[in-house]
Design a protein around this ligand. Structure first.
Ligand code: ATP
Ligand code: MG
Length: 454
């Protein structure tokens, strides 16, 4: 059973959609405004969102934009009685799964769920949530890490979690929360890299109604949402400098000031993570030195998967067991290939490979070639193959890296761009150049939602 979030200001529409979806055996949650939906999504996961475009206050496009800044956004279908070329293109450009015109009949809902759910239920989002507090791994490195988590769980100290992309930083953050005194409180995660700089302050500290255009109601913000719980500041290395100063103050004084409001004391444990090298960012003046010292009192490092190869097979087997279907078995060759591979995308990449095999390999036994790891083994072979023309060789390498990153991220471009260390717009441009985006001709790469690096 999946959970579908319905966002519409029209009560009759909410009810009729909910009835149809419940009838089809799924759960529904209905919200009457964009803000209510966003507040809900801050702590809860859903498998899909049906979003009305025209709503008073925050419109559907704005809600869609903000949902897309989440680390692992659910598919969003935009529904409108007034489809225009403009809102259709804009919705699809912003990452909507589809754009449909009302009225939406029962058969439309059946088709829609059929298209969006099976993929989604198996994919990362769901199982990440369901298994968020299992940490698989008995390598020496993981045991050390588990011991640190045990020692730090009950404390209120700020912990800085460092590690390569996909290594398991969020898993560590969730474990610190789940095993500690604050486990009954909320775990609120904010991806600092994905939220536009001008929204970050209100996102974190909240705002008072009327303090700026669009502030139609009071908003508590992430710090106060995490009261008595844990706030996870993910990708803190990407936080704008002005915001860093404010965060430092909150950490020292334990008081937040909502935009347009008065200071409020907070009781929150803060965890932070980044895949960046903060010391270098400090040296380049992109990260405040005082905040760096404040955060790095207790650093926890999640080692890359290639440095703890004993964890590879237990993790692989764990991921094969995550689906309802009987788990497939790894052949000896496949197991060997997995152990020897370097895993640039770390555990996330391994998870994606296993999920793909579990879903697509026909036989109950997974062979080495089913892993398709050659696509990600970039190495320098591309260059060796075409030694005469440097430009072609570089283009070939670039194309392969992009294909590999897209494969690793399961087609999630924001994630692929992050893995490649480029911004999304540049990724779109390059995908177009290499003919990798013909399926999405409607996507016009003009402006980016996220506040990407590079
Ligand atoms: N030790 C582990 N046991 C089980 N699952 C894990 C483990 N480590 C990572 N995973 C899984 O791998 C995926 C990536 O982990 P996570 O999101 O914590 O990585 P991250 O370091 O935060 O990555 P990024 O830098 O890209 O944000 C998740 O689906 C997570 O559940
Ligand atoms: Mg993360």
């Amino acid at each position: 059973m999946s959970t579908i979030l319905i966002v519409d200001d029209d009560a009759a529409m909410r009810e009729s959609l909910a009835e149809t979806i419940t009838d089809l055996g799924h759960g529904t949650v209905a919200k009457e405004s964009g803000q209510a939906a966003l507040d809900y999504l801050r702590t809860k996961r859903v498998d899909a969102v049906l979003l009305d475009l025209r709503m008073p206050g925050m419109d559907g496009i704005e809600v869609l934009k903000r949902i897309q800044t989440h680390a692992d956004p659910p598919p969003v279908v935009v529904l409108t009685a007034f489809a225009t070329a403009g809102n259709t293109i804009e919705a699809m450009r912003l990452g909507a799964f589809d754009h449909l015109t009302k009225p939406i009949g029962r058969q439309d809902v059946v088709d829609l769920l059929g298209r969006m759910l099976p993929k989604e239920v198996r994919s990362a989002g769901r199982s990440e949530q369901l298994n968020s507090d299992v940490i698989i791994g008995h390598s020496a490195a993981m045991r050390t890490l588990q011991k640190s988590i045990g020692m730090l769980a009950d404390k209120d100290t700020t912990v800085l979690i460092l590690g390569e992309t996909g290594a398991g930083k969020e898993v560590v953050a969730r474990a610190l929360h789940a095993h500690g005194r604050r486990a009954q409180g909320a775990f609120v995660a904010v991806n600092c890299a994905a939220i536009p700089a001008d929204l970050l302050e209100s996102e974190l500290f909240g705002h008072v109604r009327g303090s700026f255009t669009g502030a139609v109601a009071d908003r508590k913000g992430a710090f106060r949402d995490a009261e008595k719980g844990t706030l996870f500041l993910d990708e803190i290395g990407d936080m704008p400098l002005a915001m860093q100063a404010k965060i430092l103050r909150v950490l020292e004084e334990r008081v937040v000031t909502p935009v347009g409001g008065k200071p409020v004391p907070v009781d929150v444990r803060v965890l932070a993570a980044t895949h960046r090298d903060l010391a270098t960012l400090v040296a380049n003046k992109h990260f405040r030195e005082d905040l760096y010292y404040r955060l790095s009192v207790v650093p926890v490092v999640v080692p890359p998967l290639r440095e703890r190869r004993d964890d590879i097979l237990p993790l692989a087997e764990h991921f094969l067991r995550l689906t309802e279907a009987p788990a497939k078995v790894l052949s000896a060759d496949a197991a060997d290939r997995l152990r020897r591979y370097d895993w640039p995308g770390n555990v996330r990449q391994l998870k994606n490979v296993m999920e793909r095999c579990q879903a697509l390999v026909r036989s109950p036994i997974i062979a080495a070639h089913d892993l398709e790891l050659h696509t990600t083994a970039i190495s320098t072979s591309a260059v060796h193959a075409e030694p005469t023309d440097l430009t072609d060789a570089v283009a070939g390498l670039e194309r392969r890296m992009i294909e590999a990153a897209l494969a690793e991220s399961g087609g999630n471009r924001a994630e692929a761009a992050r893995h490649l260390g480029i911004n999304r717009q540049l990724l779109y441009t390059k995908m177009k150049r290499y003919g990798l985006s013909e399926a999405e001709a409607s996507e016009i790469p003009t402006r980016d939602v996220g506040n990407d690096d590079a």
